[in-house]
Unconditional design. Structure first.
Length: 511
């Protein structure tokens, strides 16, 4: 059988960074082929080369034996290559239909639009995707927005679909469904290139190509390999995501939230009376399906969103509806879930982002003057600790890989906080080596007496970290479990809104 895609000796540089160093691999028809590698290994870059967004400096890319002269995504699309990006590129004020047909012939004539609609509906029916073509994209969940991206690629006739960390933003149910549909697609003869840091997902592929520092270190048949072999290929050592939990002396309440109410940006109530207490020396995990108020809870605690009622006490200080700067100065650090929108100023360099918010304070400034020496040495240390890969502390954050951007935020917030850390999906997009390091640091902070709140859609991560797990459903805490007494079955039922232990037949089909 002839490969559908052949990548041969592709090299791509950005100034002094060699993002891809003579990379070669092949994708067969009907194959799910994973690209695996540490943050900054060059996965997104090679994907963008195949999609024609970047032109390789050297090497060739061929489809069905024909060497492509790709110099734009339009050319790639003509050859049946589609891509869903790590950060979506939809126009949120337009409808699903408009987003799919934009830039195609169908967008210009009413007759074409009708046949386009029919074709999109047929694709939806084939893969059992229920989506209203007339809703505006901003009204959709992140999972549904991803479907719009996939439908767009299929509408344009993709035979090879490149997915860059698709499930980083999906709920576990959505990601299970996505994989089922991937298999139906490959059954229809399509091929998929999947980029993911989640080893459970990687293990569902047919083959895996591992990249390390821009070079290919190997391609393996997935069923002949294992998670630990893949981890070793990727980071060059064993990684342990189940660190030994040392005993921690849980102290007095540090952060006490009572009866908290808040709405989302569209005025819909998202927090409906949240009560929770974080004690010193304790990690509390929030389990819940995305969209049940996690985002609003963290934002309200941080002063980014207004509480409509209720109270937030930090020790004996009332911090309800204080400004973000006041909350930060009170000793609370925050890792938001949307790194490019809320966590970073993309056009600033790494060192500026690392001292964001405290650059006017000791030790980074004195009498109104910034102390650049201090800022530089702090940045260097943070970059070493979190293995932030960039040519220097003056690298602009926009050019960082997704995971490296996330590391800048985590490093800053861990360094700035003195009493409380609030982290919403902190490990999203991080490679396993960095997750291991972050977990180690969280345990250190817990030992130092920090009160820590973490939301994660990875139950395994919550189980490994948390002293207590709270389940958030429709803006309320509906269950609590202490470490060692977690009933996973029950957590799952509560997350799906079942308080009477009856399984919900529709839980897996919600899109
Ligand atoms: N437009 C750009 N300008 C400069 N450097 C870039 C640019 N895009 C990527 N890089 C650099 O190329 C390297 C590879 O980045 P890439 O985004 O391909 O990594 P990745 O494997 O996708 O990582 P992640 O898992 O974090 O998403 C990184 O060092 C990154 O900083
Ligand atoms: Mg990437």
């Amino acid at each position: 059988m002839q490969p559908l895609l052949k990548v041969e000796n592709v090299t791509k540089r950005f100034h002094q960074v060699v993002a891809n160093d003579s990379v070669s691999f092949e994708v067969m028809p009907g194959e799910i082929h994973c690209l695996l590698g540490e943050n900054g290994a060059g996965k997104s870059t090679i994907a963008e080369c195949i999609y024609g967004f970047y032109k390789p400096d050297k090497g060739s890319i061929s489809v069905n034996g024909e060497v492509l002269d790709l110099d734009s995504p339009a050319e790639a699309i003509r050859h049946g290559i589609g891509m869903v990006h790590q950060h979506f590129v939809l126009v949120t004020s337009m409808t699903v239909l408009e987003n799919i047909v934009i830039g195609t012939d169908a967008a210009t004539a009413i007759l074409n639009l009708q046949s386009a609609t029919d074709r999109i509906k047929a694709i939806c029916a084939r893969y059992e995707v229920e989506i209203d073509l007339n809703s505006k994209v901003w009204q959709l969940t992140v999972g549904q927005q991803q479907w719009v991206e996939i439908l767009k690629a299929l509408f344009l006739g993709a035979r090879l679909l490149i997915m860059d960390e698709p499930t980083a933003v999906l709920t576990p149910q959505e990601s299970r469904r996505l994989f089922k549909i991937f298999r139906e697609m490959t059954g229809d003869g399509m091929s998929i290139i999947l980029i993911s840091h989640k080893l459970d997902e990687v293990m569902q592929s047919d083959r895996v190509t591992v990249l390390r520092k821009g070079k290919r270190v190997g391609t393996v048949v997935t069923r002949d390999s294992s998670k630990s072999e893949l981890t070793n290929l990727m980071v060059g050592r064993d990684v342990n995501l189940n660190l030994v939990r040392e005993r921690s002396d849980v102290g007095l309440p540090m952060l006490v939230v009572s009866g908290l109410h808040a709405a989302n940006d569209f005025g819909t109530d998202k927090l409906n009376g949240v009560d929770l207490t974080l004690n010193r020396g304790e990690i509390v995990g929030i389990a819940g399906v995305a969209g049940n108020g996690q985002k609003e809870l963290f934002e309200t605690l941080m002063g980014v969103r207004r509480a409509t009622s209720g109270r937030v006490m930090l020790a004996d200080q009332d911090i309800t509806n204080k400004t973000p700067r006041e909350v930060q100065q009170a000793g609370i650090g925050h890792v938001p879930d949307d790194r490019f929108a809320e966590g970073l100023i993309p056009d600033f360099d790494i060192q500026s982002n690392l001292v964001l918010g405290v650059h006017r304070d000791q030790p980074f400034a004195r009498r109104g003057f910034l102390k650049f020496g201090q800022i530089r040495s702090f940045a260097k240390q943070a970059m070493d600790e979190f293995a932030i890969q960039a040519p220097s502390a003056q690298t602009i954050c926009r050019t960082l890989s997704g995971g490296n951007a996330q590391k800048v935020i985590v490093a800053r917030e861990f360094a700035q906080a003195s009493r409380v850390i609030l982290a919403n999906q902190p490990s999203r997009g991080l490679d396993v080596g960095v997750i291991e390091y972050m977990h180690k640091r969280l345990f250190e902070k817990r030992k130092e007496g920090f009160a820590i709140l973490i939301a994660s859609e990875e139950l395994d991560e919550l189980l490994a970290l948390s002293d207590r797990i709270l389940v958030l459903f429709k803006g309320q805490i509906v269950g609590e479990f202490s470490h060692g007494a977690v009933d996973l079955e029950r957590v799952g039922l509560l997350m799906a809104g079942h308080f009477d232990d009856a399984p919900n037949p529709n839980a897996d089909r919600s899109l």
